[in-house]
Design a protein around this ligand. Structure first.
Ligand code: NOJ
Length: 532
């Protein structure tokens, strides 16, 4: 159904827009130290504007010992010298805004670095005023950790502190102690952090592991996972029933939201990995929560039409009134799209991601179709892979540097990059793809242009059609316009499914003109339904 309340001129930017995630270490280096930086991002803003995205989300750029590459924050209101200075940040923000691009930062509230002055104070003595800013407990009756919680990176989630004779909690590395969000002083200090950046003009935040922030009172043992298998990674030995997703989390999200709303149209995206109905609660209950609880379902979805159709239908049906959908298919934590699906289907996936109803988040480098990358053993950097090697948990393959042109290191850096580039960078880079109308980059640009030009794609309604075994089919409508999307998820020619209507082809993932009634192998089509 059309929603007459949706007017492209008045819907918030983040509903009609497309978010692009930058992993700053790997985007563009401007000073030859082999790690990307803010100056480098500024140099590439024209590329992003030309690509056709609306907002940039930067993974953390704050001072950090980099144990988890910035997700261990040692100062929430500064910039790590590796990335630049606060002046560089202000310059970048102004330059982004000049080009009509929004800038979103990564807020990491669940844990700080163990080098954050708050934690240094907290661990300095049991009676330090900041002791209770983190989660300290005596040893269990057997002298071991206070409960059975397991770190997401493997091993106990508790670290013994010899000097003060207690354990502290860390859901991730021991260098990332969890903050105690039940302490009002922590809440006040962190809201000040958000104010600091909002006052500087940032357009929003992606909130790291939001569902982790509050733990059950009393910290009871988590239930043992009956389905655990070692290849899943140790984290899944237990179910995170008591260590995550507590009812009080929604008050916290609502407080963040209330603050953001005071600044006008600012966006809060929550990183939440939970089953559908639990995820929906993060839109808010009695008070509004985050605008977009990240929807990661496409990351692991089996690539078949029946599954995707049901998944999209269930998600749409579960949305609360007024809840705006969103879709994520890859990130610095998950495999690249082309690594998972192969290049031909990655093109179909791009069309899916950019034609579904809801805000898409793109991940840097997917627009080049970067595929599988082997990280030589000596060059592994991801702490997750280093702690639990060889079971496919490593995130380095998705974090390799962008390739811009045929200069050494793909133009990413004059120094030896901190991670290797993808092997085929000499041909798979921005410069070669820009000039090739058949490239992945050209496909993304065309899709983004079409999405911007057609309100049916950015804010229109969605209707899932019956499709067929290998063809996912749906329509987007806005006003009188009706666009039909037909996606062939197989490498074989397929007939249009029953009910598909003829119309003018607005785009094919394969470029050249398709034959009426047929989808070529790995083809996605967008048609304007005749008469609409
Ligand atoms: C989620 C982030 O995306 C990931 O990269 C990080 O390791 C954990 N949160 C811990 O902050």
């Amino acid at each position: 159904m059309d929603d007459p309340a949706l007017d492209p001129a008045t819907v918030p930017w983040w509903e009609r827009g497309v978010i692009y995630q930058i992993y700053p270490r790997s985007f563009q280096d401007s000073d030859g130290d082999a790690v990307g930086d803010l100056g480098g991002i500024e140099q590439r803003l024209d590329y992003l504007a030309e690509l056709g995205i609306d907002a940039i989300w930067l993974s953390p750029i704050f001072p950090s010992p980099m144990a988890d590459f910035g997700y261990d924050v040692a100062d929430y209101i500064g910039i790590d010298p590796l990335f630049g200075t606060i002046e560089d940040f202000d310059k970048l923000l102004a330059a982004a805004h000049e080009r009509g691009l929004k800038l979103i930062l990564d807020f990491v509230p669940n844990h700080s670095s163990d080098q954050h002055p708050w934690f240094l104070e907290s661990r300095s003595s049991r009676d330090n005023p900041k002791r209770d800013w983190y989660i300290w407990r005596d040893a269990g009756p057997d002298g071991g950790p206070p409960n059975n919680w397991i770190s997401d990176f493997g091993g106990s989630a508790w670290e013994w502190d010899e000097a003060t004779g207690q354990y502290y909690l860390h859901a991730f590395l021991k260098e990332q102690p969890d903050l105690n969000w039940r302490n009002p002083e922590v809440r006040a200090a962190m809201l000040d952090v958000l104010r600091f950046w909002f006052d500087r003009g940032v357009d929003g935040f992606r909130i790291d592991v939001l569902w982790h922030c509050i733990k059950a009172e009393g910290l009871p043992d988590n239930p043992v996972n009956p389905d655990y298998r070692p290849e899943m990674g140790e984290k899944l030995k237990v179910l995170q029933t008591h260590s995550t997703h507590q009812p009080e989390i929604h008050d916290l999200a609502a407080d963040f939201r209330a603050l953001a709303d005071r600044y006008g149209e600012r966006l809060l995206v929550g990183e939440i990995v939970l089953p559908l109905h639990e995820l929906m609660a993060y839109y808010g209950r009695d008070r509004p929560g985050v605008h977009l609880p990240f929807n990661f379902q496409l990351v692991e979805a089996p690539w078949n039409a029946a599954y995707l159709r049901a998944m999209i239908a269930d998600y749409e049906a579960a949305l609360p009134p007024g809840g705006w959908p969103n879709w994520v298919m890859a990130s610095h934590d998950y495999p690249r799209i082309a690594a998972k699906l192969g290049e031909a289907q990655a093109r179909v996936a791009a069309m899916l991601l950019l034609t579904l109803r809801g805000t898409p988040t793109l991940y840097q480098g997917d627009e080049l179709g970067i595929g599988k990358v082997e990280i030589p053993p000596g060059r592994v950097r991801d702490p997750k892979e280093l702690r639990e090697p060889g079971i496919g948990l490593g995130r380095d393959p998705s974090r390799t540097p962008m390739a811009w042109d045929s200069a050494p290191n793909g133009g990413f850096s004059t120094g030896q990059p901190w991670l290797p580039l993808h092997d085929d960078w000499p041909t798979r880079n921005v410069s070669t793809q820009e000039d090739d109308p058949g490239s992945m980059l050209s496909l993304y640009r065309r899709l983004l242009r079409l999405r911007r030009a057609e309100p049916a794609l950015s804010i229109g309604s969605i209707q899932l059609d019956q499709g067929s075994e290998h063809v996912l089919a749906y329509r987007r409508r806005y006003g009188g316009a009706q666009l039909q999307i037909l996606l062939n998820l197989s490498g074989t020619e397929r007939q249009w499914p029953q009910g598909a209507q003829s119309g003018a082809v607005l785009m094919s993932t394969l470029g050249s003109q398709p034959a009426e009634g047929w989808l070529r192998p790995d083809e996605g089509l967008i048609l304007r339904v005749a008469g609409s």
